[in-house]
Ligand binder design. Structure first.
Ligand SMILES: [Zn+2]
Length: 90
């Protein structure tokens, strides 16, 4: 039996939605540094959603999370992208 672990699924959801948000900023820098800066900034403004993994995975809960927080994540990523675009760290 594999060891249980906890994971912040907000992190996965942010990475999933990042390309969609970046499409709206065609003039912004899309390099790895900027993408990580945007993801970190967005995650700091979002509530973490830790899910304990043990035995069966909890796909249902994760897709529910995605539905529930889609708008929040989109808003957080857009705000972060605006800031980083104006003031890239490189
Ligand atoms: Zn960049």
């Amino acid at each position: 039996m594999s060891k249980p672990f906890i994971k912040n699924h907000m992190e996965d959801l942010v990475w999933d939605m990042l390309p969609e948000v970046l499409e709206k900023f065609p003039d912004a820098c899309h390099c790895d540094i900027c993408q990580y800066d945007i993801a970190a900034k967005a995650l700091n403004s979002l509530q973490p959603k830790y899910v304990a993994h043990h035995k069966g995975l909890v796909y249902t809960r994760i897709s529910e999370l995605a539905q529930q927080f889609r708008t929040d994540i989109f808003t957080a990523l857009t705000g972060a992208a605006l800031l980083i675009t104006k003031n890239p760290s490189h």
